[in-house]
Ligand binder design. Sequence first.
Ligand code: ADP
Ligand code: ZN
Length: 212
Amino acid sequence: MNLILLGAPGAGKGTQAEMICKEFDIPTVSTGNILREAVKKGTELGLKAKSCMDSGNLVPDEVVIELLKQRISEDDCKNGFILDGFPRTVPQAEALDKMGVRIDKVIEIYVPDEKIMGRLSGRRVCEDCGASYHTEYKKPDVCGICNLCGGKLVQRKDDDPKIVKDRLTVFHEQTEPLKDYYSSKGKLVVVEGQEEVKDTTALTFKAVRGNL
Ligand code: ADP
Ligand code: ZN
């Protein structure tokens, strides 16, 4: 099963991707996490991506397309994958089609803009494994420490409120057109983000199973 999770920054795509991954046993492929990893390691790719990411802009299509292609050709993706944060532009979606990747469903996690700001300002991520938490909605067991790997929780540079605004603009201009792209193919399912993560997850699972 090949799934795409679509949604504004801070809508909770990553969290839902993690839940689907556990429930249905398919790996999550997050281009954001792969890019942040590359930045941390200081690879050539990371150097290219860093300034785009820090300023809230997209990394050029050809860079992320190549990265995605490599990642989904790995062994663990043989029986399917969940794409979190890819595609983000129409050319990226077209590239997936050209690669011959069949998409079963595109699940949009919908959260209105006015709620996004609060969500992102409280977001904390694990420095080591990239897992995501929230100071109010998804607290770690031990304050400041990742449940999964014990890494330190930090705030992402691009979660600064000024940059969040730009990310939202980029989302509306470049990523939102993908809703039409996939709904015209009959693949789009919209899940309304709920106050409680578990309630959103219940809806997401229904969407994956085709009962929403
Ligand atoms: P969020 O969904 O919270 O904005 P991500 O972790 O998915 O965050 O992405 C962080 C940043 O990484 C983006 O703002 C962008 O600069 C870059 N990025 C991730 N995925 C893509 C993509 N598919 N195309 C272009 N840039 C990307
Ligand atoms: Zn961690």
